[in-house]
Design a binder for this molecule. Structure first.
Ligand SMILES: [Zn+2]
Length: 432
């Protein structure tokens, strides 16, 4: 295997408290040295002056659609899109066709990702068979097959008794349970956030309480199960942040929460013009919720930033708003969205933003990733923080062109991504 010396980058590694100019030496797929004076001879030298180098980003929530809907995305195109955004590790949700509620699907995903060898893919297993919220999956089997967590994402486990048993299983098997929080009877036929914009558009709304109530329920039941490892997916409401903050203050352990980048950067006003790329679940909320989410990021209530990358075919999106598919692509834009809407906007510093996309998600997942520690796998991203660009959702590696940031001006772009010590992406191209 070749060795690479990357010189003169501004290195940010929150886990090791590195934030300054230094060199990185990579050998045999691992980080071999980090420092200001490295004289090792390398097969390849890269002068990264003016660039920012971070551990490869970790995205805790993506939908890669394979098996079953390869017309929307495949593990390969999803992984390519990740590399273009500086992401080297992704957690795949189980709402494939068939659902990842059995060993066979999990093993397929693990094997396919290994065959492609572009990023580290961590599949999740469904909490309930067919994600129907009724009968628990064989959680131990899913774990043994390689599932990193269990979740019914896409759906909320409505039955409190079923959710309680799942959390008790999670506790005894030390499995992470990731919850999509929604109260179906409050969501009703809502297709966007309930507020003045939904009224203006004449569309049925989903109240914030649909999520907030479910967040309270999940926190209580995890606590009842002896502080089971509960991770709350894509929080979007002020009430959810308040509940999580309070539970953590009261000492609840093993409780973590993420925010998807669209929920701190955009409001429900994106739905004007019946823009179906802005249709998603949870929906884009009003400004008061966005402000509360940002406050939760600033004060540490929020532990990770994700994309909820949800690619769709054009025909699934080019429909009347009420009938269109839900979700937005995101892995190619998430770093730039974080940098633009959190760092440039003055809410947090870059070190904090990178931490929420590297060592913090690694800690929640219990994986040895997201750092530049000597001996760690050499997963690295290089960004040009001065690059301003306008998002064009039709370009890029994802099969889905449904990006809610389409047309937005962002600052910061990934220029190189290294996975296991090999350059897999450089200047717009996948290298294999
Ligand atoms: Zn979800």
């Amino acid at each position: 295997m070749t060795s690479i010396l990357i010189k003169n980058a501004h290195v940010i590694d929150p886990f090791n408290k590195i934030n300054g100019k230094c060199h990185i030496f990579i050998q045999n797929g691992k980080i071999a040295a980090v420092g200001k004076d490295i004289s090792n001879k390398a097969d390849q030298e890269i002068d990264a002056r003016g660039l920012t180098l971070t551990p490869g980003l970790i995205d805790m929530q993506v939908h890669f659609r394979e098996p079953g809907r390869e017309d929307k995305e495949t593990i390969e195109t999803g992984a390519q899109a990740c590399l273009a955004g500086g992401i080297t590790s992704a957690v795949a949700m189980p709402n494939t066709t068939p659902a990842a509620d059995n060993q066979t699907v999990i093993e397929f995903m693990v094997n396919r990702a290994a065959e492609i060898d572009l990023i580290n893919l961590y599949p999740t297993g469904a909490i309930t068979k067919g994600q129907d919220g009724a009968q628990l999956s064989e959680i131990n089997e899913l774990k043994n097959a390689g599932a990193i967590a269990i979740t019914d994402d896409g759906y909320d486990v409505q039955d409190e008794g079923v959710l309680r048993r799942a959390l008790e299983y999670a506790k005894t098997t030390n499995m992470l349970l990731m919850s999509h929080c929604e109260t179906n009877s409050l969501t009703g036929d809502g297709v966007m956030h309930e507020g003045w914009v939904s009224t203006q558009l004449g569309l049925a709304g989903t109240p914030a309480e649909s999520e907030t109530l479910a967040v309270h329920k999940n926190i209580m039941l995890a606590n009842m199960a002896g502080d089971a490892r509960l991770h709350l997916l894509h929080n979007s409401t002020a009430g959810a942040i308040t509940a999580i903050r309070a539970a953590k203050k009261l000492g609840q352990k093993n409780l973590t929460a993420e925010v998807s980048v669209q929920h701190f950067s955009l409001t429900d006003e994106e739905c004007f013009g019946y823009n179906t790329n802005a249709k998603m679940y949870p929906p884009l909320r009003s400004k008061e919720h966005v402000d509360a989410i940002i406050a939760g990021i600033k004060d540490g209530t929020v532990d990770a930033l994700t994309t909820d990358h949800a690619p769709h075919t054009l025909s699934d999106k080019q429909k009347p708003f009420a009938d269109a598919a839900m979700g937005s692509t995101g892995v190619e834009t998430s770093f730039a969205v974080m940098n633009t809407y959190l760092v440039e906007a003055g809410h947090i510093d870059l070190n904090h933003g990178i931490s929420l996309m590297t060592n913090k998600p690694a800690e929640i997942l219990g994986i040895d990733k997201g750092t530049l520690s000597v001996g760690a796998d050499a997963d690295i991203a290089l960004f040009n923080l001065n690059h301003k660009w306008a998002v064009d959702g039709t370009k890029g590696f994802s099969k889905g062109h449904n990006c809610v940031f389409n047309g937005k001006e962002l600052t910061g772009k990934c220029v190189m991504t290294i996975h296991n010590g090999a350059i897999k992406y450089r200047d717009g191209e996948i290298l294999v």
